[in-house]
Write a protein that binds this ligand. Structure first.
Ligand SMILES: [Zn+2]
Ligand SMILES: [Zn+2]
Length: 179
């Protein structure tokens, strides 16, 4: 019989190696404009758009539940938004040379970025549910399919939250205030 050296065991294929994958969307917001020279408008033409890309990094989950992710790789640019100018002064817009275009770059607000973590079996690639050792996705990762899984000490990955509550798994100590 094969000796298991990690606490992990995939229910489907028996593999004892799990990988952590972090995926997120990030980018910048742009405002391009031509100035109005005649004074009829503050800007002759303005276009605003967001450029986003999809990023991924990954690394193996160690037997002590820690992990280190490799360098983030840009996987793909997301579809571009339409880039039509809103025109406020047609004359100045018509006369503007392309090199007069001004560009402002803004970082995106937090709510415009989304981060997802996944645990995948290295053998069959299945997604495996998991929790974190600290609130706010802190520190260590405990997959459900690990022999030392104790949900009462863990915080669920946010997309599993409802499931954990239904199963009675999510019982932070702070709930006991009135009890
Ligand atoms: Zn003008
Ligand atoms: Zn598997």
């Amino acid at each position: 019989m094969k000796k298991r050296i990690t606490p992990f065991e995939c229910r489907q294929c028996g593999c004892d190696r799990f990988d952590i994958i972090k995926e997120y969307v990030s980018g910048f917001a742009y405002t391009d404009y031509y100035e109005c020279q005649c004074g009829r408008a503050s800007r002759a033409a303005v276009r605003e758009y967001i450029d986003k890309a999809f990023y991924q990094s990954a690394g193996p989950l160690r037997e002590d539940h820690s992990f280190t992710l490799d360098e983030t790789a840009k996987i793909t640019d997301l579809p571009k938004e339409s880039r039509e100018f809103d025109i406020f002064c047609q004359d100045c817009y018509n006369q503007a040379e392309e090199e007069e275009l001004k560009v402002e770059v803004h970082t995106l607000e937090n709510e415009e970025e989304e981060v997802n973590f996944f645990v995948r079996c290295a053998g069959c690639g299945r997604e495996i549910e998991f929790g974190w050792s600290e609130p706010g996705r802190g520190e260590l990762i405990w997959p459900v399919e690990s022999v030392d899984f104790l949900p009462q000490y863990l915080w669920p990955e946010p997309r599993y939250f409802d499931r954990w509550v239904q199963r009675g798994w999510f019982k932070p100590l702070t709930v006991k205030v009135n009890g």
